[in-house]
Design a protein around this ligand. Structure first.
Ligand code: PFF
Length: 457
């Protein structure tokens, strides 16, 4: 039997809403912007294969573990871990894991909102048809123009953060549930239609070869770290997003089944995004490995050239913005829930306060493309550092600690009661992956790569 403790913030009305919300958190810029550009920069198929392996063997088991913590504790990540630690007579210091998640969430949302702002800007650009005649030179200029203007970036970043704060301030059923119920189905329909279109008009064969032909010569320990980081980032692991969403999950929902669905949906969307973007990249002879500008610079050229390009472009950037929005909501929710519980502030004040701090850090990130362009301590600007530290350091570290906490410290009886039965093959296989594979794999990858230099720099 799962715990009978009640959530202070309400519950999802059904397990399907949890699936939509968790999928909304998982599916975001990570799938549609970051996965294609990392694949392009790191040689295609081999990166994709390693990423898929991490999702299946480590990511999904960790999703289950995070959801178990959330539903058992029925509180924000910090307090849920604290309650479980007390119940199990473990050290209170474990709650530091929740605090680390809050820091990671702040850092992630600050750069995430800047990129989501680019996407919002592009929705506007398509509508005002400023790139109806774009070619590869002018599309580069549109992007460079945008990122070199602090005021434009600030405007879009503020609009995006404001809308995220507003939804979170409305609470679980009025804000989050209503948003995901409308937006997620819309997102899937748009994505599938666009991928079919892209496969029909683009170079489907070239894209398939690129995504699945494996050339292991390009695999270095840093590329493997990037693949782990991407698996964690894409599944929203290590930051408490799934813990908080799990804390609103009804008692009778099966955690393994729901997490498996969410993990599969997230992976499917990343692959669909690959099949949406690369056929166009190859058909138009664009550069696959050009980095963070990939979807913005390259696709603009294609949209300008193709029939119904304006409709296609508008739908694409709207899709990207919606996906980013449902993920950003889940990044803000843990800290808001925590301050409502621990500081006694209202949800409204907590949302605006935490959101404003993130908005301020976001300003530093957006200035890295213009005023602070030359401020590159350690070879990275502030934006790159935020992205690198959150995805490649804090998330894997958070995942490692979740695996140790749930796999080794919390009693088998507690986890089995949330998982639903402790004798099944499924439970034993999951526990094996969580106790041994996840911590060992993350530790090896981390020790072998620049994640470690970063800690001791
Ligand atoms: N999973 C989101 C994406 O792929 O864009 C990003 C994210 C959301 C990461 C929430 C972490 C998180 F807690």
């Amino acid at each position: 039997m799962s715990s009978t403790r009640e959530s202070l913030h309400g519950l999802w009305s059904s397990r399907w809403v949890f699936i939509l919300a968790a999928a909304g958190s998982a599916v975001g810029l990570g799938n549609i912007w970051r996965f294609p550009y990392l694949t392009g920069e790191n040689g295609g198929g081999a990166f994709v294969l390693i990423y898929l392996g991490f999702v299946l063997l480590i990511g999904i088991p960790l999703m289950v573990a995070e959801t178990i913590i959330g539903r058992r504790g029925r509180r924000s990540p910090v307090n849920a871990i604290l309650l479980i630690a007390e119940e199990e007579s473990l050290s209170r210091h474990w709650s530091g894991l929740g605090l680390m998640g809050i820091i990671a969430g702040f850092l992630t949302l600050s750069f995430y909102s800047v990129v989501a702002g680019w996407s919002l800007a592009y929705v506007y650009f398509v509508l005002t048809s400023s790139f109806a005649t774009a070619n590869s030179i002018s599309s580069e200029a549109i992007f460079t123009n945008l990122i070199s203007s602090p005021l434009q970036l600030l405007f879009w970043h503020t609009l995006f953060m404001g809308s995220v704060i507003w939804i979170v301030s409305k609470g679980v059923s009025l804000g989050l549930e209503r948003a995901v119920k409308i937006l997620m189905p819309l997102l899937f329909v748009m994505l599938v239609l666009m991928t079919i279109y892209s496969l029909l008009v683009g170079d489907a064969l070239g894209a398939t070869k690129y995504l699945f032909a494996t050339d292991f010569s390009s695999l270095t320990s840093d590329v493997i770290l990037l693949a782990v980081g991407q698996a964690f980032f894409s599944l929203s692991l290590g930051m408490g997003a799934l813990m908080i969403y799990g804390s609103y999950l009804p008692h009778d929902a099966s955690i393994p089944r729901t997490c498996l669905i969410v993990g599969c949906v997230d992976t499917l969307v990343a692959l669909l995004a690959g099949f949406l973007i690369f056929p166009i990249v190859f058909a138009y002879g664009l550069e696959a490995g050009q980095g963070p500008g990939l979807v913005f610079v390259t696709l603009t050229v294609a949209f300008a050239d193709m029939p119904f390009g304006q409709v296609f472009g508008f739908t694409f950037f709207l899709l990207l913005t919606v996906a980013a929005w449902t993920s950003a909501i889940s990044l803000l929710e843990p800290v808001v829930a925590w301050s409502v519980e621990s500081k006694g502030w209202s949800r409204n004040s907590s949302s605006w306060l935490a959101g404003s701090v993130i908005w301020l850090i976001g300003i530093l990130c957006l200035l890295s493309f213009n005023e602070l362009k030359d401020f590159t301590p350690g070879g990275r600007n502030i934006f790159d550092w935020s992205e690198y530290i959150s995805a490649n350091v804090l998330l894997p570290l958070g995942g490692f600690l979740v695996a140790v906490f749930v796999g080794w410290r919390v009693s088998r009886m507690t986890i089995a009661s949330e998982f639903g039965g402790n004798s099944s093959k499924l439970f034993s296989s999951w526990l094996f992956l969580l106790k041994y594979c996840a911590p060992i794999a993350v530790a090896i990858v981390f020790l072998n790569s620049s994640g470690l230099d970063l800690l001791f720099r």
